[in-house]
Design a protein around this ligand. Structure first.
Ligand SMILES: [Zn+2]
Ligand SMILES: [Zn+2]
Length: 549
C-alpha cells in the first residue's frame, strides 16, 4: 500500500460549529479541535451537539494527541465528552489550557487528563507529526493555527483567524511564519471559510473599541453588554472603556464569570480589582456609574439577558434609560430568538443597540480579501476549505480557483468525507455514514448521551425511537416504548414494533453487564440492522436506556 495521510473532517465542514479534524498516518492519529455546536431553536430539550466521532471507535489506541487551536466552545466544547473515550494528551496554549481545565474540572475528568502547554513558535513532535503552532489573530487571545509536517509534506491548518493588525490583545498574526511555511512548500492548506461570503476585509477589533466609546459617551443610564462568554477580547475592551468613563463593571452569567476569572488569573485580562463590583451591589450605584456584562447575546431564554427580557432575573430588572448592547453576531438560526429578546427589552424601556445599527461587534473571522491573502501567502498545492456551511466552503474553493489553484486540487467536502493525501495527489473518499450527536441537558458530562445519526436523512429515511427500562441486573422491565415516523404504513407499525422488541430482547441478553453507553449503542446498532432488513431503509435510530434504581 502506498503510504498516505488521511485527513478526516468530523465536524465544522458543512456547518458552523463543532469543529474537529482527524489527521491519520499509518497507525498514528492526531486530532485538531473538538468543539460543540449550539442546537437550532426548534430542537427542544437539547443543549449541545457534539461531533460524531464513531470513525475513531476502533482506533482509540492510535490517538497520540489532541491539539487545540483556541478556547472557543466550537473548538473545545466536546472535550469533556471525547475524553471519556480517549486517553491521549491535550496540547494547547496557556489561556486555552486554562479554559479547558475549567471544563474538565466540571466534568470531574481533570485528574484523568494529561494537559500539555504549547507556545506559538515552538515545535512539538508527536509520532510522525511535527506540530508547529503559529499565532493568529481572532477574538480570543492565545489563538494558534498549526503547521503540521507529515511524511507526506507540510499541511497548514489555520484554525479561526483574521488578519487584524491591531487586535485587542496587541498580538498581530505571525505573517513571517506563514511566509516561511510557503518557502518550505505546503502540500495542503485547511483554511477557515466562515466569512467566505463577506467581501473586503474584516474590520479590526479597534473598531469595536471606538463603537463602545460612542455608546459610553451617549448612554445616561446603565449599560448592559451581552456577548459570548468566551469572547475574552471583548470583555477587555468593555473593561478599558469602563475605566475611562468612571463606571464600575459587574460580570454576570456563570460561564462568563468563570472565563473572566481564569483569564485574569493567567494575565490575559487586565481588569483592576476596584473596577469590579458584584451584581448585588449594582442597584446601590447611580445608573450612570454602572456597566454590566452578561451572557445571552443569542437570545437564549435561560441566559442573563433572556431572563432580564422576561423580568425573571434575581438581582436585576430592566429600567427606563438602560442601554442594552448586543456585541455578537447572530448564529444562523438564532435570529428569531434574538429579535424577540430585543423587542422584549424595548418593551421594558431599554434602548437596544446591535451590530446593524452601531459598531458594537466585528467578526473574528477573515473576509474574502484576507482569505485570498492567506492562500497567496501559503501557495498550497491543495486547498481544503474548512469551518463553514457548504456555500461558504464552495465560495472559498472558487476563491482558490481564481487565485490559480487547479479545480482538481480543491476539495470541497462535508463532515465524514475522508481525504487521502500524498505529496502528489489528493483523493476524496466516499462519505461515511454519520452525523450529529446530541447531548441533552440531563446527561451533559455523563456518558449516557444518545446518538442521532444523519439528521438530513430524517425526511427521506424515517425516524425510530425506542425507550427501554432495565433493572440493575440488566434485565428488561416491562416492554419497550416506541415512536416511529416515516418508516412504514400506519397499519404495519405494530408488526414493526413487535420485531423491534424481539431485537431489543436479544441484544439485552447478549450485552448483559455492559454499561449504559455501550448498551445504548448496541441496541442502536441491532435496531438499525433490524429496521434495514425490514424496510430497506436506514432511519435515524434513537435509543433511551433508563435504569429502575
Ligand atoms: Zn473561534
Ligand atoms: Zn470557531
Amino acid at each position: 500500500m502506498i503510504p498516505k495521510l488521511r485527513i478526516v473532517p468530523l465536524g465544522g465542514l458543512g456547518e458552523i460549529g463543532k469543529n474537529m479534524t482527524v489527521f491519520e498516518y499509518d497507525d498514528s492519529i492526531i486530532i485538531v479541535d473538538a468543539g460543540i455546536m449550539f442546537p437550532e431553536n426548534d430542537m427542544l430539550g437539547i443543549d449541545t451537539i457534539i461531533p460524531d466521532y464513531q470513525y475513531l471507535e476502533d482506533k482509540l489506541d492510535n490517538i497520540k494527541a489532541i491539539f487545540i487551536t483556541h478556547g472557543h466552545e466550537d473548538h473545545v466544547g466536546a472535550l469533556q465528552h471525547l475524553m471519556h473515550d480517549v486517553d491521549a494528551p491535550i496540547y494547547a496554549t496557556p489561556l486555552t489550557l486554562g479554559l479547558i481545565e475549567g471544563k474538565l474540572r466540571q466534568a470531574k475528568l481533570l485528574h484523568e487528563v494529561d494537559l500539555r502547554r504549547i507556545d506559538a513558535g515552538e515545535i512539538y513532535q508527536v509520532g510522525p507529526f511535527k506540530m508547529e503552532p503559529f499565532h493568529v489573530a481572532h477574538s480570543i487571545p492565545d489563538c494558534v493555527g498549526f503547521g503540521i509536517t507529515t511524511p507526506m509534506g507540510l499541511v497548514v491548518h489555520t484554525g479561526d483567524y483574521k488578519f487584524d493588525h491591531t487586535p485587542a490583545d496587541g498580538w498581530p498574526p505571525d505573517f513571517a511564519k506563514l511566509a516561511e511555511f510557503s518557502e518550505r512548500g505546503v502540500v495542503a492548506l485547511l483554511a477557515d471559510s466562515t466569512n467566505a461570503d463577506k467581501p473586503g476585509w474584516t474590520p479590526s477589533e479597534t473598531v469595536v473599541a471606538d463603537g463602545f466609546e460612542e455608546v459610553f459617551r451617549q448612554a445616561e443610564g446603565r449599560i448592559i453588554i451581552a456577548t459570548f462568554a468566551s469572547l475574552i477580547s471583548r470583555i477587555q475592551q468593555v473593561a478599558d472603556t469602563a475605566v475611562r468613563h468612571g463606571r464600575k463593571l459587574a460580570i454576570t452569567g456563570r460561564s462568563m464569570r468563570e472565563n473572566t476569572k481564569i483569564a485574569r488569573r493567567m494575565g490575559y485580562l487586565t481588569i483592576p480589582d476596584d473596577l469590579l463590583v458584584d451584581i448585588e451591589q449594582v442597584n446601590k450605584l447611580p445608573p450612570s456609574k454602572v456597566v454590566i456584562m452578561a451572557t445571552g447575546a443569542q437570545g437564549e431564554p435561560s441566559a442573563v439577558l433572556g431572563r432580564l427580557s422576561h423580568g425573571r432575573h434575581r438581582n436585576l430588572s430592566i429600567q427606563e434609560g438602560d442601554t442594552v448592547v448586543f456585541s455578537a453576531h447572530a448564529i444562523p438560526g438564532n435570529e428569531e430568538m434574538i429579535n424577540r429578546t430585543i423587542n422584549r427589552l424595548y418593551q421594558r424601556g431599554a434602548n437596544v443597540l446591535y451590530d446593524q445599527i452601531a459598531n458594537v461587534h466585528v467578526s473574528g473571522h477573515a473576509s474574502r480579501e484576507e482569505m485570498k491573502l492567506m492562500i497567496n501567502l501559503i501557495r498550497p498545492q491543495y486547498l481544503i476549505p474548512i469551518h463553514g456551511e457548504l456555500r461558504h466552503l464552495r465560495l472559498h474553493g472558487e476563491l482558490g480557483e481564481e487565485l490559480g489553484i487547479p479545480k482538481d486540487n480543491i476539495a470541497v467536502v462535508e463532515n465524514g468525507t475522508p481525504l487521502e493525501l500524498t505529496s502528489r495527489s489528493l483523493t476524496i473518499c466516499p462519505r461515511m455514514p454519520g452525523g450529529y450527536v446530541f447531548v441533552d441537558g440531563a446527561s451533559v458530562g455523563d456518558i449516557g448521551w444518545s446518538v442521532v445519526r444523519d439528521r438530513d436523512k430524517l425526511a427521506q429515511s424515517g425516524y425510530f425511537f425506542a425507550s427501554v427500562l432495565v433493572n440493575n441486573a440488566g434485565n428488561q422491565v416491562g416492554s419497550p416504548d416506541f415512536f416511529t415516523r416515516g418508516l412504514v404504513e400506519k397499519d404495519a407499525v405494530d408488526e414493526l414494533n413487535e420485531g423491534a422488541a424481539e431485537a431489543i430482547d436479544r441484544t439485552l441478553k447478549n450485552a448483559r453487564g455492559s454499561d449504559k453507553a455501550t448498551l445504548t449503542k448496541r441496541l442502536q446498532e441491532s435496531l438499525g440492522r433490524y429496521l434495514y432488513e425490514e424496510t430497506r431503509r436506514r432511519p435515524i435510530v434513537e435509543v433511551s436506556v433508563k435504569g429502575t434504581a
